[in-house]
Design a protein around this ligand. Structure first.
Ligand code: GDP
Ligand code: MG
Length: 452
């Protein structure tokens, strides 16, 4: 859904990545191009402006321009800001209420409310194992109630039987009673839309809100309408207690502007995306994954490829064998440090990864930073072969000798030995196949296998 944006970003990033160093002017130009790309994707001017203003001071910061891979650092800044613009984390539906939990879907006519009601019912039954009842409050359009009924019958989802001529408020009261009788844990209310926002529709929604006290009021908005979708959300937010947005027809949207502007303009999070006409075409909205998609960060994959290319396969095999036996020596550590250096240091590796900031702070806590790579390399080179194989040998006098040899001090040697111990413990755990923790931190296990 973000084809255009992704192509533009890839172009911008590839020229940034190629530059061996960056000055303020180049970064500025990159940012101008990003702004242009956003506007072309039908992101609102406000959003594009604010986005660039937030990135700029970070992207032209001294530590970036002076770093060994400035282009990648800029990309990381853009990525982080984009995740935050999209809403940081997925916001789940609030179902913590005494059942039946009422959820109301609102939106303009044709935005996909009825279809989405069925999709959401299916999702909640499958994913949350809840019994769901669907209720149509669209008494104005001929056959609107039947449309929902047919979707229910086709997909084996309970719907409230239709009583011709009944008003929305009466249907609501009947629905609450019926849900209790049927043991439905969630009621989805599909409301009537208009071709545009009008007072009558808003009044009716407010009235329904009062009767059912919804746990969630979800705006269904058509992504194809771009900026307008974000404006509609803003207006709904002013009248209704909107708690979330489902963006539909993203399968046909090549620009993605609505998704990007939505949270900023309305301050309501996108919770799901409609990605097709079928009932299963509903996707949970994860800002970090979407940011990856927008920025063309199949880069995680390219990192793995790069790793495979640059790593000395033979050495990796040997290391792997040793690790399998639960052994991890200073030689292995040295090898790792050198491979990391080849890949542009820690920042180079990090800039590829999703969830970067989290891992980075863990790395910081573990005391691993750029300069330490070179320093540690020097220290390990000052050890004898025997010491590298068996670091336990390294007593007080040996520590002094190594410190002298590497131009460091005993405290630094102690730190490295401590780090080494920590890493070898971690490696031991990994060798037992415990890579689940890493996946949780955003490091794909395949990648970690490469790094081992
Ligand atoms: N391609 C695609 N079509 C969708 C999606 N969501 C809804 N539609 C289609 O949009 C049209 C209007 O949907 P409907 O649910 O009746 O809209 P309502 O008037 O808001 O209730 C239908 O033809 C749906 O199949 C989606 O995510 N992708
Ligand atoms: Mg409808």
């Amino acid at each position: 859904m973000f084809e255009n944006l992704t192509n533009k970003f890839e172009e911008i990033f590839s020229s940034l990545k190629k530059a061996p160093s960056l000055d303020e002017k180049q970064v500025d130009e990159g940012l101008r191009n990003i702004r242009q790309a956003l506007l072309e994707a039908d992101v609102s001017l406000n959003v594009a402006k604010d986005f660039i203003e937030k990135i700029k001071p970070k992207a032209i910061g001294q530590e970036i321009i002076r770093s060994t891979s400035p282009g990648q650092m800029v990309i990381k800044v853009v990525y982080d800001e984009l995740v935050s613009l999209l809403g940081d984390k997925n916001s789940e539906l609030n179902l913590n209420q005494v059942p039946p939990v009422p959820i109301m879907l609102v939106g303009l006519q044709g935005s996909g409310k009825t279809t989405t009601t069925a999709k959401l019912a299916r999702y909640l039954e499958k994913n949350n194992k809840k019994k769901v009842m669907m209720v149509s409050l669209d008494v104005y359009r001929p056959a609107a109630q039947e449309q929902l009924k047919i979707l229910g019958e086709k997909n084996n989802i309970l719907t409230l039987p239709i009583v011709p001529g009944q008003l929305p408020s009466d249907i609501c009261s009947r629905a609450l009673g019926a849900a209790n009788l049927n043991g439905a844990e969630i009621i989805l209310f599909d409301t009537a839309g208009r071709t545009q926002i009008d007072l009558q529709m808003m009044n009716e929604i407010n009235q329904i809100e009062k009767i059912i006290s919804p746990s969630e009021t979800i705006l269904v908005a058509d992504s194809l309408t771009g900026q307008i979708a974000a404006q509609v959300a803003k207006e709904f937010k002013n009248t209704v207690d909107l708690t979330g947005i489902i963006l539909t027809r993203t399968d046909g949207d090549g620009r993605g502007g609505a998704a990007v502007s939505m949270k900023f303009e309305s301050n309501v999070p996108i919770k799901f995306l409609g990605i097709g006409e079928k009932i299963e075409n509903l996707e949970v909205f994860h800002p970090d994954r979407i940011a990856n998609r927008i920025l063309g960060m199949g880069d995680v994959v390219s990192l793995v490829e790069k790793a495979a290319e640059e790593f000395d396969q033979e050495n990796i095999k040997k290391t792997e064998e040793r690790l399998k036996k639960g052994e991890f020596s200073m030689e292995d550590y040295l090898l790792q440090l050198r491979q990391m250096k080849k890949m542009g240091g820690i920042e180079g590796v990090m800039s590829f990864l999703p969830g970067v900031s989290k891992i980075k702070s863990q790395m910081d806590q573990a005391g691993i930073d750029e300069k330490i790579i070179s320093k540690n390399e020097a220290i390990i080179l000052s050890m004898t072969k025997k010491e590298r194989k068996n670091p336990k040998l390294i007593n007080g006098s040996r520590r002094k000798r190594i410190a002298n040899g590497s131009g460091t001090d005993v405290a630094t040697i102690n730190k490295l030995l401590k780090q080494f111990k920590m890493m070898s413990e971690m490696m031991k755990k990994m060798s037992k196949g415990n890579t689940k923790g890493l996946a949780d931190q955003g490091i794909p296990p395949e990648l970690f296998n490469q790094l081992k």
